[in-house]
Design a protein around this ligand. Structure first.
Ligand code: COA
Length: 332
């Protein structure tokens, strides 16, 4: 029997407080025009004082479980992708595990910055396929606002806070079971995942602190132009890799759900693929870059508003600090 990993529900949560570009321009030397023309960002959500990554993660996870129609008692693995854990340890995932009321299995954090969600998809898929887990909650949650240098206009305008989650369950039959009436492959599930990193580019995007180095939390530092250049190359490469692995062409993709870093990077990837921009889910204008949370936030929006439908071919891709990058091809 072939085991496949089926996404059976999704959810998300955004903190209430909205910060527009105009409001930011009162704090740092910037303008709405500069931010929007360079990034496509209009606003971002910022967590309230005392509102932690675990709070955001819990709300997104509960929302996803409700959407999937199951309870936490059925979950045997919880993976939280985050760069902004509540504490250095224990894993924020264990906090969410207890708040969720999950009593079985294990919970752990993973750290791949903005690629965290696709890394999590790869891990969840492999745990399920190996028969080690049956029901996984995968969360991407961030309070990136806590690691920004609010005096550095080159970075603080780019990021926001938020959380998104999916519930992934072991199903029977491979995703390559025969096509249904619509011509679509009826087998739902994760068709493939692809992850990469290149540690030699560590210094392009990093936080200048940490428990072992400075014993402080530190702030985000970035060589924006270089990150941009690598993003365009790496994302084009990973998308080709995912298509090739599945014997698919760009025109087979129903929805591209990219990590939301910058509208110009998103448009560049769609252009390289020859994919109409209408087939790309875009939230960067309203959420800014929420790191590991951006893909599940965008996914949840497009599933709930009816754009992504059962049987659709969905390609997710991301790049982040490390540098790390990856993709997941999913039959919804
Ligand atoms: N407001 C106004 N001016 C700003 C500014 C801001 N928020 N941030 C930078 N500037 C200025 C710079 O100081 C520079 O001024 P100078 O020419 O007088 O030195 C000028 O704008 C151009 O800066 P530059 O960094 O060359 O701009 P850019 O066109 O490369 O755009 C980014 C900057 C950050 C938007 C772009 O490089 C980018 O998107 N990079 C990828 C970042 C990313 O996605 N990171 C996360 C990956 S997960």
């Amino acid at each position: 029997m072939t085991i496949r990993s089926e996404i059976i529900g999704c959810g998300s949560y955004l903190p209430e407080r909205l910060v527009t570009n105009a409001e930011l321009s009162k704090k740092v030397d910037t303008t709405d025009e500069w931010i929007f023309s360079r990034t496509g960002i209009r606003q971002r959500h910022i967590a309230a004082d005392g509102e932690l990554t675990s709070d955001l993660a819990l709300k997104a996870a509960n929302n996803a479980l409700e959407h999937a129609g199951i309870t936490a008692a059925e979950v045997d693995l919880l993976i939280l992708a985050t760069t902004t854990p509540d504490n250095t340890f224990p894993a924020t995932a264990t906090k969410v595990q207890s708040q969720l009321g999950m009593v079985n299995g294990a919970a752990f954090d993973i750290q791949a910055v903005c690629s965290g969600f696709v890394y999590g998809m790869a891990i969840a898929n492999n745990f399920i396929k190996a028969g080690q887990s049956k029901t996984v909650v995968l969360i991407g949650a961030e309070t990136f606002s806590r690691i920004l240098d609010w005096e550095d206009r080159t970075t603080c305008v780019l990021f926001g806070d938020g959380a998104g989650a999916v519930v992934i369950r072991a199903g029977e039959g491979g995703p390559d079971s025969p096509p249904g009436e619509t011509g679509h492959n009826v087998g739902r599930g994760i068709l493939s995942t692809h992850i990469h990193s290149d540690g030699s580019t560590n210094d392009l995007l990093y936080v200048d602190g940490g428990p072992s180095s400075t014993q402080t939390v530190g702030h985000v530092r970035m060589v924006g132009r270089e990150v941009f250049r690598h993003a365009v190359t790496n994302l084009a490469g990973i998308v080709d890799e995912a298509l090739e692995a599945n014997g698919l062409a760009a025109e087979d993709i129903d929805w591209l759900v990219p990590h939301q870093a910058n509208k110009r990077i998103l448009d560049g990837t769609a252009r390289k693929l020859g994919l109409p921009v209408e087939k790309m889910v875009v939230t960067v204008d309203r959420h800014a870059n929420t790191s590991a949370a951006s893909i599940p936030l965008a996914l949840d929006e497009a599933v709930r508003d009816g754009r992504i439908k059962r049987g659709d071919l969905v390609l997710m891709e991301a790049m982040g600090g490390g540098l790390t990058w990856g993709a997941a091809m999913v039959r919804w």
